[in-house]
Design a protein around this ligand. Structure first.
Ligand SMILES: *Cc1c(COP(=O)(O)O)cnc(C)c1O
Length: 409
């Protein structure tokens, strides 16, 4: 195959049916942003909506905005919009709390459905916060947390497994689990899986209803572009909702919070997974991101992601072969980022950031690049690899300032 040129990349951009979405984001000049899987960029629409919520709804409406500006419905309204993105039904998703807290809630709620079983099962490469939360929840439940390599997951499911907890798209490599297949295997052991969709939503097509998903959570500030620390979402399939309860029995999950009853009575349906007062300004920002995502065909999104990936992989293999590919070749088993291993991945990423190409480093040796199709152009990929090639060829990453470790990588 001949090496794609900058002109070839620009031709792909001209043919791209999603090209117009880039203008919907407020991206700085001279930056190639390949980190939307860590923090999605600012949609153009968001500042206006947040400013209006502050000035009109909070400033003028004051407490009446809980009823009149739709604040009290926001967790459900935005949840129902997210449901449309992930193939869930209305009333199956709420927006609330953080991903970590929602994971805790679902593990604590669902593990008791399997009495007499002794283990929560997960994989070693799972996102560390998920491992920590599962460890804490298992301790509280008096269960063992069993952590195995991905290849051993299926063999490790047994009649001792109370619950399985998996992240669909691996935050390092981008490996993507086949949700339907894993759910089928788990069901064979009469076990449920809690799915973390943080790196899936807004990048790979999801159909939770079709794929038999019963419990899931996911992040609002990555591919949903909801802003730093945006609230997360929580999904429970209809059939399960009234069989389980949240371990955080707060008033927003009460059947009638404003009766101020002294006793907790869980609300019917998904509402019982709410805990406290929703962060309205953050919800408004998230809703702008979700509304934008609703305009996009998820299959078209992934098709472009796969094309961006292939261009990136091809260019790096030809121009920077010292970077070892770690993401799957097969689009059916990968998500929306591409990663490479190198002993000096940290320094390489710092040198790239200094040149305006923002990716990130994941310990121990991974350089990770989000290839978010809503605003990433083929031209951006070409230019990013061109800069990477220069940094590698001239060993620019060896300059001492790039070895200084920052708090957030
Ligand atoms: C981003 C991410 C989270 C984030 O959790 P927070 O509670 O928002 O900090 C959790 N799990 C996975 C798999 C993630 O990718």
């Amino acid at each position: 195959m001949t090496m794609p040129t900058l002109e070839d990349a620009q031709a792909l951009d001209r043919a791209d049916p999603l090209a117009a979405f880039r203008q919907r984001f407020s991206l700085p000049e001279n930056v190639i942003y390949l980190d939307g899987n860590s923090l999605g960029p600012l949609p153009v629409e968001t500042p206006r909506r947040v400013a209006e919520a502050v000035a009109k709804e909070w400033g003028d409406g004051l407490v009446t905005s809980w009823n009149d500006a739709g604040w009290v419905d926001a967790p459900h309204r935005i949840g129902d919009k997210i449901a449309r993105v992930i193939g869930a039904r209305p009333g199956e998703v709420v927006v609330t709390d953080s991903t970590s807290v929602n994971l805790y809630k679902l593990i604590m709620a669902a593990a008791p459905l399997s009495p007499g079983r002794t283990e929560i099962l997960t994989e070693r490469g799972n996102f560390p916060s998920d491992l920590y939360v599962a460890e804490g929840a298992a301790r509280t439940l008096g269960l063992e947390l069993r952590v195995v390599d991905r290849d051993d997951l299926v063999g490790a499911m047994s009649s001792a497994t109370a619950l399985v907890m998996l992240t669909q798209v691996d935050y390092r490599s981008g490996y993507r689990h086949d949700i339907a297949a894993m759910n089928r295997i788990a069901a064979g052991h009469d076990v449920r899986i809690v799915w973390d969709l943080s790196h899936s939503i807004g990048t790979v097509p999801l159909d939770l209803g079709r794929d038999g998903v019963e419990l899931a959570i996911g992040c609002g500030y990555k591919h949903l572009n909801g802003g730093p620390g945006a609230p997360a979402f929580l999904y429970v399939a209809k059939a399960l909702q009234d069989k389980i309860t949240s371990p955080i029995s707060g008033w927003f999950g009460h059947a009638s919070p404003f009766v101020f009853d002294a006793r907790y009575q869980p609300a019917p349906g998904i509402s019982r997974f709410l805990a406290g007062t929703p962060p309205i300004l953050s919800m408004v920002a998230l809703e702008a991101g979700v509304d934008l995502m609703l305009e996009v065909d998820q299959n078209a999104l992934f098709a472009k992601s796969a094309q961006l990936f292939d261009l990136f992989a091809l260019l790096v293999a030809a121009r920077c072969p010292e970077l070892r590919p770690v993401s799957p070749d097969d689009p059916a088993t990968r998500g929306g980022h591409i990663s490479f291993a190198h002993d000096h991945a940290y320094e390489i990423i710092q040198a790239l950031i200094a040149r305006g190409v923002i990716g990130d480093f994941r310990t121990p040796d991974v350089a990770r690049f989000g290839i978010t199709p809503l605003y990433t152009r083929f031209e951006d990929i070409w230019r990013a690899v061109d800069i990477l090639d220069d940094i590698m060829a001239r060993k620019i990453w060896q300059e001492p300032q790039y070895a200084v470790r920052r708090v957030v990588t």
